[in-house]
Ligand binder design. Structure first.
Ligand SMILES: C[S@@+](CC[C@H](N)C(=O)[O-])C[C@H]1O[C@@H](n2cnc3c(N)ncnc32)[C@H](O)[C@@H]1O
Length: 309
């Protein structure tokens, strides 16, 4: 029999070892994202447009910028195009760092953007920076390591450069959950699978209760590393409560003078429940779940508990 843990350690020494019954692509995609997945991110207008606008706003001419998790380097390019005098762009995957160097040169900003092949958990720039860009975000803060990376960066940065923090892009994140009825029919086949949906209404999702916010923070303030939600909601529609919808809004830049923010609403995650409840308006339902940031979808799925009060 193959020793799974030993095989993972040899083939992928940088990955944490997961037990065989928890194996999914989290160990790959949850943290490091190879080049062949970057097209989806580059082509996602709902992600790119707010980052482009927010970076144009946050990065002023002459600014020094650090990007954690460079990928193809596109956000560092936006920073350079906004006039940054110096950008350190950190990427852990060697092939991606190499690709980013090529793309940044091709786009005419290689003289100001230095791609560093390093671990964002360890790297510090050689001098203080004005802005830190970090997009290691995943719906509900699952899988990717944004929160841990920034929390850790802040400690190391303060120890080296003092308490004044750079501006973070994104600046804040808000998480919400909603009890829903989800259709799971696929060409006549019923399969209750987790879904990432850009437009919930169009995909057979019916809200059965109001959204409840279960997490919100600014990255320059205390960042939660664990969520434990336990709340009662009152149904406002009739239906089969068979899933929870997780919504994630990133405030990529907050513009207080204009009284608005530049937001990125990520795809909703609709997680099926082990048992459905039939609900009617006025019914009280207790919704419970807990997970650590960066956990797998399986960890969230295991913790879901929805019951009638
Ligand atoms: C969601 S992608 C974003 C890429 C790029 N910034 C963009 O917006 O298109 C996150 C990137 O962070 C990199 N990454 C993840 N963990 C990292 C770490 N600990 N150190 C450095 N890079 C990391 C991944 O390999 C991936 O390229």
């Amino acid at each position: 029999m193959i020793n799974h843990e030993a095989a993972v350690r040899v083939a992928r020494p940088h990955l944490r070892v997961v037990s065989p019954d928890k194996v999914d692509d989290d160990s790959e995609l949850g943290q490091f994202i190879p080049l062949h997945y970057h097209f989806q991110m580059l082509a996602d207008r709902s992600r790119m447009a707010p980052f482009e606008a927010a970076i144009a706003h946050a990065v002023t001419p002459g600014a020094r910028v650090l990007e954690l998790g460079a990928g193809t380097g596109v956000l560092s390019f936006f920073a350079a195009r906004s006039g940054a005098s110096r950008v350190w762009s950190v990427e852990r995957l060697p092939h991606l760092a190499k690709a980013a160097r090529g793309f940044l040169a091709r786009n005419g900003v290689a003289d100001r953007v230095e791609v560093v092949n390093a671990d964002a958990f360890e790297y510090l720039p050689p001098e203080p920076v004005d802005v830190v860009i970090c997009e290691m975000l995943h719906t509900a803060m699952l899988r990717e390591k944004q929160s841990q990376v920034i929390a850790q960066f802040k400690r190391r940065y303060a120890a080296r450069f003092g308490p004044k923090m750079p501006r973070f892009v994104p600046e804040a994140t808000v998480l919400a959950v909603q009890a829903v009825q989800q259709a799971y029919e696929f060409h006549g086949y019923h399969a209750e699978v987790p879904m990432f949906l850009p437009d919930a209404a169009a995909q057979g999702t019916v809200g059965l209760a109001p959204h409840a916010i279960y997490g919100s923070w600014f990255y320059d303030d205390a960042i939660p590393l664990r969520f434990a939600h336990d709340a009662v909601v009152v149904a406002d529609a009739r239906g089969e409560l068979n899933a929870l919808r997780f919504a994630t809004r990133n405030l990529v830049a907050v513009l207080p003078r204009e009284g608005r923010s530049i937001d990125w609403d990520m795809h909703h995650l609709v997680m099926p429940l082990p048992r459905a409840l039939t609900v009617a308006p006025g019914d009280r339902v207790r919704v419970r779940f807990h997970y650590d940031v960066g956990d797998s979808l399986l960890a969230l799925a295991d913790s879901l508990d929805v019951s009638r009060v």
